[in-house]
Design a protein around this ligand. Structure first.
Ligand code: ADP
Length: 497
């Protein structure tokens, strides 16, 4: 039996409290899977505006309140906790000025990042450290996620290096997407509260003259992991997928691991999904067709079109996700007999692209340019195929949801998509999805055509659907791997850069 760890899990977003992407799903599920394995887990996140509306039962008063240095000032952090009996402890770091805002990272009025994002997440990171001391909470493992909490290991190895309170603590940093560095202008370095010398050229905090939170974390943390084995290799392969941090990652390859995300089958399971009006399971698939009919209605398509294959996309609208390939082959794609529904928000150019596409192909293409969790569930349940032509994909969650919902993924062979979708061999009826290699419209179209050909053979299609639904991507297996990672961290001396 592995050692029982006390784990502080820090994340800027956690389902169901705040979410902009896959990190929130991970942070909402992995801690429970770890608790189930006997570990003592405490999750820390900021208390955003939505956490004041009474929807989630938080303690009425802070359970602790303590000073947090930010640059040359001292701010006050208050920690509220979830007032509900749960196997995991949840703490919310409150600071009206920094976190009581409608969006997590972006000002909705300007459409740009909050101008003080550096300061907000300096505060978050230092508040995590100061809370441990104020609450006399000595974690064995401090597990941080992405740039927003990546300064925690950097602070522990600089400002707090002589603090015996943390002598027994080791740090783990999970990179959910290496493209987001938390990068800020050099003149903002003072807000970190570190000696200017720490910002020397090529030092852990400096990246091409800018302040870089993720680089600092990667440089100081004891163990690093990312969310699939293939992505862990890809990010060391060169500057493109390594986003310029590939050199550091190669230097740290002994400490760098890949652990594929699991999914929460209490939330994403068509047999029990409370957001669906028609549930279904591998043994009783009739409900899937009902979801398809509802989805077709929601898209405003002709109900008679329900016999056509329906392709779904749910995604942040970002250049990472491969939409330029869809744009490239749109004319050919929509000459096929199919329906296509997209749900997403993000970059303006893609909003315009998909609005235009909808005008051009109103009978077969519908775009919901919004963030809507219920609709995401309906698309997973109602679509026949799910398209993810990503340029890169650290893990990807939607292809995993799709497998469970009997919605056959069509994916590019990259990162977590490569690790989780097995290419179909139609004559043998093996595999779970349609995988293509080249980042080209032609390759995407060929994969779609293979999927359409398989869809035309109902018996083979049912087999491919069943193959996917039988795969198990629950958190249990991944949590066991995280446990081994913690064990490796705990039994090694602290890493020194
Ligand atoms: P990423 O983390 O790169 O955004 P993932 O596939 O790992 O991509 O996770 C995305 C998560 O966000 C999934 O749970 C997906 O269903 C959800 N999601 C993305 N866009 C939307 C949207 N517009 N409405 C509802 N859910 C969305």
């Amino acid at each position: 039996m592995a050692r029982r760890f006390r784990i502080l899990f820090a994340s800027p977003e956690v389902v169901p409290y705040a979410k902009t992407g896959g990190l929130a799903d991970v942070a909402g599920a992995l801690p429970y899977a770890l608790a189930e394995r006997g570990h003592d887990v405490c999750v820390m996140m900021p208390r955003y505006a939505a956490l004041y509306d009474g929807k989630h039962p938080l303690t009425a008063e802070p359970t602790s309140s303590f000073p947090v240095p930010v640059g040359s000032r001292v701010e006050t952090a208050e920690v509220y906790e979830l007032a509900e009996e749960k196997p995991v402890r949840f703490c919310f770091i409150a600071h009206e000025g920094y976190f009581h805002r409608p969006e997590l990272y972006r000002n909705p009025k300007t459409g740009k990042d909050w101008a003080d994002n550096d300061e907000r997440f300096v505060f978050f990171s230092r508040a995590i450290i100061e809370w441990c001391k104020a609450a006399d909470y000595r974690p064995d493992i401090i597990h941080v996620n992405d740039w927003q909490s990546a300064l925690v290991p950097a602070y522990l190895k600089t400002l707090y290096v002589d603090d015996s309170f943390f002598a027994g603590s080791r740090t783990v940093l999970t990179v959910h997407n290496l493209a987001y560095h938390g990068q800020f202008p050099a003149k903002r370095f003072a807000v970190l509260g570190l000696n200017k010398k720490c910002f020397a050229p090529l030092s852990p905090f400096e990246f091409y003259t800018k302040v870089n939170f993720l680089k600092a974390g990667l440089s100081y943390v004891d163990k690093i992991n990312t969310v699939s084995e293939t992505y862990a290799r890809e990010i060391q392969s060169g500057p493109e997928l390594g986003c310029g941090l590939d050199g550091i990652l190669r230097d740290r390859s002994q400490d760098l691991f890949g652990i594929v995300n699991g999914i929460d089958y209490q939330v994403w399971n068509p047999a029990v999904d409370p957001l669906l009006t028609a549930n279904y399971s591998p043994d009783e698939m009739a409900g899937k067709q009902k979801n398809k009919e509802q989805l077709i209605e929601a898209c405003g398509f002709d109900p008679a079109m329900k016999i056509l294959p329906l392709i779904g996309v749910i995604s942040r609208l970002d250049s990472q996700k491969g939409f330029d390939l869809i744009e490239e082959v749109a004319e050919k794609l929509f000459s096929r007999k199919l329906l296509f529904v997209l749900l997403g928000t993000g970059a303006k150019n893609y909003h315009l692209l998909f609005e235009k596409m909808q005008k051009k192909y109103p009978q077969t293409f519908h775009a919901f340019l919004t963030f809507d969790n219920r609709l995401a569930h309906l698309i997973e349940a109602g679509a026949d195929m799910f398209l993810m032509p990503s340029r890169y994909e650290p893990c990807g969650l939607n292809q995993l949801y799709s497998l469970k919902y009997g919605t056959v993924p069509i994916v590019r062979r990259t990162g977590g998509l490569a690790d989780t979708v097995e290419d179909v061999d139609l004559p043998r009826e093996t595999g779970t999805g349609f995988v293509f290699d080249d980042y080209t419209g032609k390759a995407l179209l060929a994969a779609v055509d293979r999927a359409l050909a398989a869809f035309a053979l109902p018996k083979s299609w049912a087999r491919i659907v069943a193959n996917g639904m039988s795969r198990d991507f629950s958190w249990a297996a991944s949590a066991a791997k995280y446990e081994r990672l913690y064990d490796a961290a705990a039994t090694s001396p602290p890493f020194t850069p």
